[in-house]
Design a binder for this molecule. Structure first.
Ligand SMILES: *Cc1c(COP(=O)(O)O)cnc(C)c1O
Length: 398
């Protein structure tokens, strides 16, 4: 998955442009910049790739989620539905606005289960936030229908799914708002960075202002700008954007390599009757950044995961016992451990996460192994890896 694996002269050239002009900020300093507007350039390029009207870059994927929610007017007391299998950024961005994260089960797509979503809706629900984890997507048709029926916003967290598609449209471009991360381990990296995409002019206008202290960005002189509302600083720097300009140009190449390596592993594992694969909703096209599969029981899955490690296979993850992506290992989340006191209203509005029952999610995630697909692996290396993974699974199933 990571763009940092294939990193070189193109990125260096772009960054050098910025260093030569000396303007590291995306706004202002028009006279000094020698025509370099890397953030704008990357926004234009990403809008083309995503086939959306508006793209606004920010400092991270977490910032993108926060800005997207804020730009749609989400705030105190609003409920946002998010999955149990995600990155903790989903929870953080919702809570940062005083809104209420409502955790909901995932199904065999390893993303939001539409029937569980429907059950979680209350009069306070404002947003459904599917997270397209590990390169594959939620059942967006079903979620869109639910949104329509209950008048809710659909916000796609596509941070791990750039390059994937759904009924011919790029992931991230299907909901009212879509978010991407360009941190160091994502398919495309800026070092740090993120993006909000939308076809909604009002959300876009809010997003660029909110992420820069509420500045309206009208005119050339920053000192004369108005502040229509309070914002924050979620700006991306020109240096980070410059790296992204070079990386985004290579997206198709990256996805192509991922698809080749993914297919080699998938074909090897498909010959094992006990192995089943994560369900990809019909019409969906993964970005092939991970291959995720199910084993018959939690015990076997634990055994396979351990044996893979012993046999020298890194980068195959058992999220159920790993503290990156599953609510089960997030005691700081379930216990709301925060540095300062959280606002009283927020605390009162939150469900008791320690009492939640996510046995349906456990049933799937407890049997899942996700193997990262690296860009740096040659066909030969991938074949060798696949043979070891396959024989390890066979051994454990005996
Ligand atoms: C990485 C990631 C984020 C956050 O992105 P950062 O750029 O690291 O802040 C959010 N959601 C998901 C699913 C991610 O994988």
């Amino acid at each position: 998955m990571p763009g940092f694996e294939l990193f070189g002269d193109k990125e260096r050239e772009q960054v050098q442009d910025v260093l030569d002009s000396g303007v590291l900020m995306r706004y202002g300093f028009d006279g000094m910049r020698n025509g370099h507007w890397k953030a704008k350039e990357l926004e234009t390029a990403l809008a083309k790739v995503m086939r959306t009207q508006h793209v606004h870059l920010v400092s991270s994927g977490t910032a993108a989620l926060t800005v997207a929610l804020a730009s749609a007017g989400i705030g105190a007391g609003d409920e946002v539905i998010m999955p149990t299998f995600t990155f903790v950024a989903s929870f953080e961005s919702i809570l940062a606005l005083g809104a209420i994260p409502v955790l909901v089960d995932v199904d065999d797509t390893l993303t939001l289960d539409p029937s569980a979503v429907e059950k979680a809706i209350t009069p306070k629900t404002k947003v459904i936030m599917p997270v397209h984890m590990c390169g594959s997507m939620a059942d967006l048709d079903a979620l869109q229908q639910i949104c329509k029926k209950h008048n809710l916003l659909l916000l796609e967290d596509a941070c791990q799914a750039i390059g994937g598609g759904y009924h011919g449209k790029p992931l991230g471009s299907i909901g009212d708002l879509g978010c991407f991360s360009f941190d160091y381990v994502k398919t495309i990296t800026c070092g740090e960075g993120g993006a909000v995409i939308t076809n909604n002019e009002a959300y876009y206008q809010n997003a660029h202002k909110y992420s820069d202290h509420g500045h309206d960005h009208i005119g050339n002189d920053r000192g004369a700008e108005g502040h229509p509302f309070l914002g924050y600083n979620f700006r991306i720097s020109e240096l980070n954007a410059a790296v992204g300009v070079a990386q985004l140009a290579r997206l198709d190449e990256f996805i192509g390599i991922q698809k080749r390596n993914y297919t080699i592993l998938r074909e090897a594992l498909a010959t094992i009757p006990e192995v089943t694969f994560r369900r990809v909703p019909s019409g969906g096209e993964e970005n092939y950044s991970f291959l995720s599969f199910f084993l018959p029981s939690e015990a076997v899955t634990q055994k396979v995961h351990q044996a893979l490690g012993k046999n020298g296979i890194d980068a195959c993850f058992y999220w159920y016992n790993n503290n990156w992506h599953y609510y089960r290992k997030w005691a700081h989340l379930t216990h709301l451990t925060s540095l300062g006191k959280l606002p009283k209203d927020v605390i009162e509005g939150l469900p008791d996460y320690t009492q939640a029952d996510f046995t349906k999610s456990d049933k799937w995630v407890g049997r899942t192994i996700s193997c990262l697909i690296k860009l740096g692996w040659s066909e030969k290396e991938m074949e060798a890896r696949s043979r070891i993974i396959k024989s390890t699974i066979f051994e454990c199933l005996k």
